[in-house]
Write a protein that binds this ligand. Structure first.
Ligand SMILES: *Cc1c(COP(=O)(O)O)cnc(C)c1O
Length: 512
């Protein structure tokens, strides 16, 4: 590429043709390449200051009122373009107060949404290329890097070889990986593939007989996928504290037999390796065996915990994964890759294409190149593998393992604090970076009040869940910058608020 092509991609004027038949004047963008160079550097400074200063001081959970923003911005877009610095000033003034700081080291809510500088730089480059890589030819690098990077990650996680695009013997198999936006999309795509496979060669009316199975601990995206796909029968199977909230194969078997007796058509099982609520782990070995016996497609949702398999000692949850047809984990939760980056692998891509491939004339390609548009719901797709590639290369296996172990060690020591404190109890076995706990012998209202009083301080942000009808606090440790002293301070804060709450409770019960 010539230097002058680089200089003004948007600013150049078009040389006009013959007199009287001239082309229109060129369009001048308010921000040309030199302005971008300048503001781009300012933006990096802004981001660095945000990380170094603002994140350390601001309340973790935003405390604005509903509709706060409308009150501080104009009702309509400006007639004339404004100075970029004016925009940045308004980010500071109006946007920042309404940001809940997911990148705060004191963010312990939901599951983490990691970011890292290599990922941000990869994302920036993806924005700059801004290719729409739906087919191989629409941007060969976009497709090929994605296949390579997902093979890399599959090997780091020690996934079954069937999930690789290019297997250990250096040949292409039937499977492969693809980046989806979210785990919810991955679940939907798996379900659509399973449906296509089951209905192949059958009567259209059989679609109404399809039955999908999951547990009451599965993410709501499973139910949503069933809603979208119009699945008439969904069995949300019960779990219990006795089995640590994992789906029991016995329970699945009974449901399958009942449905088969009724002439229904079981087709899909979504197992979870690390549930959102308590990080429960379904036995893939037992469920997978049953799924094979009954010709079900088993999808494994490991949105959060799947990446822990980068450490050999944290691979127990994946025992039996070779029995799964598809597996998804989010690099955008706990693997330092900015949202969105859900990695989905399938052992056989044919059912996926059967469900999702439609090729209008203008998209028809020669040969059998990989066209990722056939592996997802939308047509367009971003160059998302860049950010994951940057992360895998800049950190390397060793640092990524150290990173996962760091958070698990923090969670383990937090759980030990909770256990040794007489006022608290552990509500589910601590797993990975998640510790579920509650005030012992106190009702749901007291535990909810404790959570709210903690969050109101702005010094931490946690969310709750319900386990067997009991309100439970969730301490999800996994922010990219969380260190031992942050967890220690959070624990001190929790103790202090709990003691205050219990003292007030006693006081009011004496007064009554
Ligand atoms: C977070 C989570 C999801 C949803 O993830 P998205 O990528 O936001 O769709 C699904 N399943 C599990 C187990 C999760 O923890």
């Amino acid at each position: 590429m010539g230097a002058d092509q680089l200089r003004e991609p948007h600013g150049g004027t078009i040389v006009n043709g013959t007199a009287g038949n001239s082309m229109p004047q060129g369009f001048q963008h308010p921000m040309g390449v030199e302005e971008f160079r300048k503001h781009g550097k300012e933006m990096v400074d802004f981001i660095c200051d945000y990380h170094a200063n603002h994140l350390q001081e601001a309340p973790v959970r935003s405390n604005v009122e509903v509709d706060y923003l409308r009150r501080c911005v104009p009702a309509s877009a400006p007639e004339e373009g404004e100075d970029f610095n004016a925009v940045l000033t308004d980010v500071q003034r109006t946007v920042l107060p309404g940001v809940t700081h997911w990148q705060s080291p004191n963010f312990f809510a939901y599951f983490p949404a990691n970011s890292s500088y290599p990922a941000m730089l990869g994302d920036m480059l993806s924005s700059a290329f801004n290719v729409i890589g739906f087919s191989w030819i629409s941007s060969p690098a976009c497709t090929e890097l994605e296949a390579v990077v997902l093979d890399w990650l599959a090997k780091l996680l020690d996934l079954p070889p069937a999930f690789l695009t290019v297997g250990p013997d250096n040949t292409k198999g039937t499977g492969g990986g693809v980046i989806q936006g979210t785990a919810s999309e991955a679940t939907l795509v798996a379900l659509l593939a399973a449906r296509a496979q089951k209905l192949k060669g059958r009567d259209a009316a059989d679609a109404l007989k399809l039955v999908a199975y999951t547990s009451d601990q599965a993410h709501s995206c499973v139910m949503k996928a069933c809603m979208i796909a119009g699945i008439q029968h969904v069995r949300v199977l019960p779990t219990s504290a006795q089995h640590d909230w994992a789906l029991q194969s016995q329970v699945l078997q009974e449901a399958l037999e009942q449905d088969e007796q009724q002439g229904l058509l079981p087709f899909f099982l979504c197992a979870t390796a690390g549930t959102t609520s308590s990080c429960a782990i379904d036995s893939l070995e037992l469920l997978g065996t049953l799924a094979r016996q009954h010709s079900l497609w088993m999808h494994v949702d490991a949105a959060y915990a799947g990446v822990a398999a980068i450490c050999p000692e944290h691979r127990q949850a994946h025992e039996g994964l070779h029995l799964a047809h598809s597996f998804a984990t989010n690099a955008h939760k706990w693997l330092l890759t900015n949202f969105d980056c859900c990695c989905l692998w399938v052992a056989d891509a044919e059912p996926l294409k059967a469900a999702l491939s439609l090729t209008p004339v203008f998209l028809r390609a020669k040969g059998n190149a990989l066209d990722y548009k056939d592996w997802q719901v939308p047509l367009g797709r971003r160059f998302r593998s860049l950010k994951l590639w940057f992360v895998l290369r800049c950190y390397g296996q060793r640092k990524l393992q150290e990173y996962i172990r760091h958070h698990i060690a923090l969670a383990t020591s937090f759980a030990a604090r909770v256990r040794s404190h007489p006022a608290f109890e552990i509500m589910a076995p601590p797993r990975f970076g998640l510790v579920c706990f509650a005030l012992k012998g106190q009702g749901n209202e007291v535990n909810k009040a404790l959570l709210e009083s903690l969050n109101q301080t702005g010094r931490v942000f946690l969310v709750g869940t319900e386990l067997g009808g009991r309100f439970t606090l969730r301490m999800a440790i996994g922010s990219a910058t969380t260190q031992a002293h942050h967890v220690e301070a959070a624990w001190q804060l929790i103790c202090q608020h709990a003691e205050q709450m219990l003292a007030n409770g006693q006081h009011s019960s004496i007064a009554n």
